[in-house]
Design a protein around this ligand. Sequence first.
Ligand SMILES: NC(=[NH2+])NCCC[C@H](N)C(=O)O
Length: 421
Amino acid sequence: MNENRKCTLQVQSETGKLEAVLVHYPGAEVENMTPRHAQRALYSDILNLSIARKEYDQLLAVLKKTSDVYEVADLLEKVLEHEHLKEDLIRKICITEQATEYIDWLMYLPASSLTKVLIEGLPLQINTLTDFLREEYYALQPLYNYYFTRDPSAVIGNNALICKMANSVRVRESLIMDAIFKSDLFFTGNVVNSYDLSQNNPLIKMEGGDILVVRDDILLIGNGMRTSTQGIDLLTREFCKTGSGKKHVIVQQLPESPESFIHLDMVFTLLDTDKAMVYKPLIMNDSPYQTVHMQIDNGKVTKISSVNSILTILRKLGVDLTPIVCGGKSDDWDQEREQWHSGANFLALAPGKVISYARNIHTLEELDKHGFEVVKAANVINSQWDIASASNCVITLEGSELPRGGGGPRCMTMPLRRTIE
Ligand SMILES: NC(=[NH2+])NCCC[C@H](N)C(=O)O
């Protein structure tokens, strides 16, 4: 990251060359749980941290080859060096998480230790009968899911959207993002805080994994466990109120279970200006899950209609995408298994240059058939293979532990800036 220059937020597509990205290196927080707490932590299993970190190192090294990489913990620590920002954030967190008795103690901590506590969790100091009998280990839960930086905030155009998270265990992630973006220390852009806009309406919720910026005038949004229709209505109002002319919000309903369908980016991601990765049973087959097209003209919704599929409506709007099938075309068991392991969750580093997990072999085979060269991350990292001079390629990360947290490369990255195509 460039220490002196502020980065101007700008994301108008899913595939424009990635110039700056926000990530979080997984730490003790991913292990600070017991089997009894895994579900509440939104995990399906407990990760092996040392292996997860080795896998994450690959992601980080590949990202660093191509873009500026900002780490949440570094930015948070810098924010916390400012006394008034520190006090503001501590208060917000402790009030939200009903831990106001810890405010003074937290204020006393230096920025570096406070950063650690806010991410890895604060154990309860048990000095009341209530706490003793509560069967709770933490006053502030660890942020188990923070390595999925995609979800608590999202850059749309020049705006940093602070998402209103669906589960309380992830709310602090978004409060920290708010403090980082509002601090004015690192980024130039607008901050849109959905908590402030939702007037305590508990039905409003949205997460970045559901939000795809297809073009500057097209948002594609998943509606399911993490993003409600009320959340989408709020987003539609906010992002379509500026600028004249037509805009489009396309909504894809998602199943409530299994948990691998939590976000739209687990079933549909863009790989290139003319290619998308799809989970076929949901995106291309007949299903009870609707696709809805909302048309906006000069800031007002003028028409809402059901449409055939994401692919057909996008084609009508001039975005003609060839679908590439997650798990391969021939076997629906392969499709289901690879979708579960985040096989549809791709991050584009540039048009046609994407990252995914090495384990999803049928998906990779399908990409190979469509002209993507399959390259091991290790070869990119040791410079045996050069991303810049390559044409279409998929860079594969070792991934046995990371996907068990419930996501892939798109979930683990929050683009701050992409080249406008
Ligand atoms: N963009 C994504 N698909 N993120 C995946 C997040 C997984 C995480 N365990 C959660 O449940 O919140």
